[in-house]
Design a protein around this ligand. Structure first.
Ligand SMILES: Nc1ncnc2c1ncn2[C@@H]1O[C@H](COP(=O)(O)OP(=O)(O)OP(=O)(O)O)[C@@H](O)[C@H]1O
Ligand SMILES: [Mg+2]
Length: 223
C-alpha cells in the first residue's frame, strides 16, 4: 500500500482568545476558497467531544482524545485551516504551519471587555497573552521553522498577515510538488515517544488549564 500524502498544507491559526483567529481565518478562506475551515470550539460541540463542564470558567472541557479521533482523518487530505487557542494537541506530522496571533495588551483588553467576560476570565487571558503562553506552547510542540508569530492589533496588520500566509501556501506548493507524507518520520516518532513518557506525571494532576475550551458564544459574532 502507498503511504498517505497531502498535496496541500494544514495551517493552524492559534493565539489567546480575542487575538483575532476567527476573523483572520475568515479572511484567509476568502483567499483560499478550496480550504476547509475547522473552528475547534464549534467542532468539539458538534461532535460531542466534551469531558465535563468547568463551572469556574463557564466552559466545556474538551476531550482531546475524542477530538483527535474525529479530526485526524479529516486532516489527511490537507488544505485545512484549524482555529483554536490550544495548539499543542495536534499531531506534528499533520501540521505544516502554526500561525500564532499576538495582540497588544490594551487592544486585547478592549476586545475582551466588549464580550462581557467575567473579569477573572479577562485577567486570565490577558496574563496568558502578556506571558506569551500560546507562542511558548507552539514552540514546545512544533519545529521552530513552522511557527510564525503574527502581530494582529489592527486591520492593516491582519491584512498583511493574511497576505503572508497566502504567499506561504503558494511557496509550500512549489516546494512540495509531490505533497508531504501523513506518516510519522523517524524523528517525530522518537519525539512522540519521549513526550508520552514525560506526559504521564502532568496529566494526573489535571493541571493543563490551557486545554479547556472557551464558552465563546461571543466569538460567533465574526461569522
Ligand atoms: N487585527 C484586528 N484588527 C481589528 N480588530 C480585530 C483584529 N483581530 C480581531 N479583531 C476583532 O476582535 C474581536 C475578536 O476577534 P476574533 O473573534 O476573531 O478572536 P478569536 O481569536 O477568534 O477569539 P476566540 O478564541 O475567543 O474565538 C472581533 O470583534 C474582531 O473583529
Ligand atoms: Mg474565534
Amino acid at each position: 500500500m502507498g503511504e498517505s500524502r497531502r498535496l496541500n498544507p494544514n495551517i493552524l491559526v492559534t493565539g489567546t482568545p480575542g487575538t483575532g483567529k476567527s476573523t483572520t481565518c475568515e479572511l484567509l478562506l476568502r483567499n483560499l476558497p478550496d480550504y476547509t475551515y475547522y473552528n475547534i470550539s464549534d467542532f468539539a460541540a458538534k461532535n460531542k467531544c466534551y469531558d465535563g463542564y468547568d463551572e469556574a470558567r463557564k466552559s466545556h472541557i474538551v476531550d482531546e482524545d475524542k477530538l483527535l479521533d474525529e479530526l485526524e482523518p479529516l486532516l489527511h487530505s490537507g488544505g485545512n485551516i484549524i482555529d483554536w487557542h490550544v495548539n499543542d494537541v495536534f499531531p506534528e506530522r499533520l501540521i505544516d504551519l502554526v500561525a500564532v496571533l499576538r495582540c497588544d495588551s490594551s487592544v486585547l483588553f478592549d476586545r475582551l471587555n466588549k464580550r462581557e467576560y467575567h473579569s477573572s476570565k479577562i485577567d486570565e487571558n490577558m496574563d496568558a497573552e502578556i506571558m506569551g503562553v500560546v507562542l511558548q506552547d507552539a514552540l514546545d510542540s512544533y519545529e521552530e521553522q513552522i511557527v510564525v508569530e503574527l502581530q494582529s492589533d489592527d486591520t492593516e496588520q491582519m491584512a498583511a498577515n493574511v497576505d503572508r500566509v497566502v504567499t506561504w501556501t503558494t511557496m509550500w506548493k512549489e516546494q512540495h510538488p509531490e505533497g508531504v507524507t501523513n506518516e510519522l518520520s523517524a524523528h517525530q516518532a522518537k519525539k512522540e515517544r519521549n513526550d508520552e513518557s514525560e506526559e504521564g506525571d502532568f496529566e494526573e494532576q489535571g493541571s493543563d488549564a490551557s486545554s479547556e475550551s472557551e464558552s465563546d458564544s461571543e466569538s460567533e459574532g465574526s461569522k
